[in-house]
Write a protein that binds this ligand. Sequence first.
Ligand code: NAD
Length: 323
Amino acid sequence: MAPKHVIVCGAGGFIGSHLVRRLKDDGHWVRGADLKHPEFSTSAADDFQIADLGRQDECDRVFDRPVDAVFQLAADMGGAGYIFSGDNDARVMHNSASINLNVLEAAKRSGTQEIFYASSACVYPEHNQLDPDNPVTSEDSVYPAAPDSEYGWEKLFSERLYLAFNRNEGMKNRIARYHNIFGPEGTWRGGREKAPAALCRKIAEAPDGGTIEIWGDGKQTRSFLYVDECIEGTLRLMGSDFEGPVNIGSEEMVSINQLAELIMEVAGKKLTIKHIPGPLGVRGRNSDNRLIRDKLGWEPDAKLVRGLEVTYRWINDQIRGRP
Ligand code: NAD
């Protein structure tokens, strides 16, 4: 994109803080907004506003002028432990829906027309993801809808909201469904971390020859996308005429046991895996990249192990207190 004025909502989060850095590298003026500053680095944004986007007045303050593009990544989210316990459902739905309703209203009032919305693979029906070897995640398989979490239902509602603003308000919003993004500066402890970060932590903390615990039988499958490729896909979608929704994910599907083995290789450790009960999510999930190949002429292609090397090193340094 030519140099632009951009707002990143959720700029204090994992993907948001990487996105701000990339937008700055590309020469844009960036305003970040979030409840908090990034946890692991200083934001590269030109202007960073602490704001609760779940409140309309605070959203209006952030959107005090028209900008060329908005990246809306703010959401109340977490790993499986946060999303699937059921304890946080009301909070997750109310907070995230309020953010999206308010951001759209504030953007419209300010004369801003283009918003990227980060949806999730969690919108796909559970019944299409029971076979770990053949999960279905083609974009049109989302209906009839049956996500397996309230987090997924909120994402689906908000996808429809952004598309309704395209139809009725002349906006040019675009939607991607991210599939398990990982990388340095992602949450790696505390209960909201995802599988790659949680396993990197467990493996880094275990003594060689020791044991690590994995939720379930470890045969559930997933694909994981390195954060730089997620951002590349996001920017390509914003530079295109395609509104989506489109998957942004990797097609390199692995079981959680295989993921653990890969990280052990990266770490140079041999550990025993102990399977314990825990929240799991769907049985299998992979990204179906046919639509993104067709519409953008691009898809992520980095090997999973490359991203794991960088992420493991970063988490290992965090544990050992190395900056
Ligand atoms: P994250 O939790 O690190 O970032 C989300 C940010 O939103 C946080 O910094 C949080 O403080 C902020 N936020 C929450 N409520 C807010 C509020 N009321 N006002 C202002 N800011 C608020 O998550 P992430 O991994 O960077 O994900 C970014 C987006 O991508 C989210 O919308 C998420 O649902 C979506 N997504 C992520 C993944 C993934 O694997 N990381 C997968 C699918 C979809």
